[in-house]
Design a protein around this ligand. Structure first.
Ligand code: PLP
Length: 473
């Protein structure tokens, strides 16, 4: 029997469910598996999605709290975007970026250059966020090498950061448990402290904490020697690290520190660009920064096509051109760099954003943040923080010591399970959950989201107490 879900037919999907799950269990290796379950994971089967909702295998309608993976900005199942995929595929499916140019790629590069801050006027397209950051790092090395500084190779990163899953980008991630089991590029990485204000020393003001972070960076740069450091790579707001909003002024001071030491300042805006903070890019419009490079992905296509890119400053490009190394090759590119279908889709996606959605996001932000903040009234919640339409809810075992460690570390997953039963998908991150719904969300839907979160966290508190894992505030 065909099952109607909203306007979407999921014909076949429900009948074929056991088979699909079995195929997944036997053959599909999904991201971030654990050794004991490698190649045996069959996550929740999702076969339909619409607007801010996804539908699970029982046909249940769930608010897509994480917006896919911080990416479904304009919402699911938009016909005008599907049409672009069709039209561009039929007009010109693909041609090699090595020796041809397409209209959509050129136009998208021009649009992005126009929206990017300062003199960031050049765009190198990749296939997603990891490849965008990888491009930025390799270009930083190339830049220093052609200028006769090949020893500037080290990378400044921070605890808690996430920059991707290639070897290089994985090496600059900062979450300890993600680094445990695979070889890393450690001798080239300088890890600075996380700018998480919740974890600052008890007697330190946020302002002093900002000073402390910058002083630490200065000291680590001096220890390593500025002439060994290529770049600082940082998210303006650490996303997967738990939506870490840094102390005010910290990013600007880090930018100046990098400039002083000829260290490239790379803002990883894979999450924060394309609407999440109400602007196309947050570096300039929200934080007043002029980075040397900005990386983006995710929201640029709202999840309808895998695409990312690196925006590069004209000053950097000019210095490379004027280095005198005319024949030095930046041997870097992807088969799907500048994919015409992805670029055409991105143009339409940006047009939708600029036709009121960015404004809607900015207008809705105070309400979204205020409503979520109310969850701090629950004893298990140590902090709710965020900016734009992204927020992190961090659970603590003890609100005075803010200690997450005495707590069952999978508390986020427990909250997710309860919330799913109530109609909301959340993204669990150990002792935290993060929210980044599609930007088309409206106030009543935010109210419903907060109501479910309240109930889901309350039920988790009851479970934890019952199991003797938590004694309360
Ligand atoms: N950079 C940041 C800030 C991210 O959050 C992510 C992914 O979540 C990446 C890079 C990697 O992007 P991708 O998964 O598209 O390779």
């Amino acid at each position: 029997m065909n099952k109607q879900v909203g306007a979407v037919s999921v014909a076949g999907a429900s009948e074929a469910q056991p088979e699909i799950k079995e195929q997944a269990r036997k053959h599909l290796v999904q991201p971030w598996p654990v050794a004991g379950g490698l190649g045996e994971t069959a996550h929740m089967l999702v076969s339909a999605s619409e607007a801010i909702y996804i539908y699970d295998e029982q046909g249940r309608k769930l608010i897509d709290g994480p917006g896919g993976m911080w990416c479904v900005q304009v919402g699911h199942r938009r016909e005008e975007l599907a049409q672009v995929l069709y039209d561009q595929s039929m007009a010109m499916t693909y041609s090699s970026p090595w020796y041809t140019t397409s209209g959509p790629a050129a136009e998208l590069a021009a649009v992005i250059a126009d929206r990017a801050p300062g003199d960031l006027d050049h765009v190198f397209f990749s296939t997603g966020g990891s490849t965008a950051v990888e491009t930025a790092i390799r270009l930083a090395w190339f830049y220093h090498a052609v200028r006769g500084k090949p020893h500037k190779t080290k990378l400044l990163t921070r605890e808690g950061a996430y920059h991707g899953s290639t070897f290089l980008t994985g090496s600059i991630c900062g979450k300890p448990r993600d680094r445990d089991w695979m070889t890393q590029f450690d001798d080239q990485v300088i890890r600075l402290s996380s700018p998480a204000t919740l974890r600052r020393p008890d007697d330190m003001s946020i302002e002093a904490f900002g000073d402390h972070l910058v002083a630490e960076a200065e000291q680590r740069i001096a220890e390593a020697g500025p002439d060994t450091i290529a770049a600082f790579v940082g998210e303006p707001i650490m996303a997967s690290g738990g939506v870490i909003v840094p102390p005010e002024g910290y990013l600007g001071r880090m930018r100046e520190l990098c400039r002083k030491h000829d260290i490239l300042f790379i803002m990883d805006e894979v999450v924060t660009a394309f609407g999440r903070l109400g602007h196309i890019f947050a570096s300039g419009d929200v934080f007043g920064l002029d980075p040397d490079m900005i990386t983006f992905a995710k929201g640029v296509t709202s999840g309808y096509f895998p695409l990312g890119g690196t925006v590069i400053s004209s000053a950097l490009v000019d210095e490379i051109k004027q280095s005198g190394q005319d024949s030095a090759m930046f041997a870097h590119g992807y088969t799907y760099s500048s994919h015409p279908v992805g670029c055409a889709l991105a143009l339409k996606n940006i047009a939708i954003m600029e036709d009121g959605l960015l404004q809607h996001t900015r207008a809705l932000t105070p309400y979204f943040q205020k409503r979520l903040k109310e969850l701090e009234s629950l004893d298990l919640v140590g902090e709710v923080r965020g900016m734009g339409l992204m927020a992190g809810i961090e659970c603590v075992a003890d609100r005075t010591s803010k200690n997450p460690l005495a707590l069952d570390l999978e508390v986020g997953a427990r909250i997710d399970t309860h919330c799913q039963e109530l109609g909301l998908l959340v993204r669990p991150l150990i002792n935290m959950i993060v929210m980044s719904p599609p930007l088309i969300i409206e106030k009543p839907e935010i109210d419903r989201m907060v109501e479910i979160l309240h109930e889901g966290i309350s039920r988790t508190m009851v479970d934890l107490k019952k199991e003797g894992l938590w004694s309360g505030a």
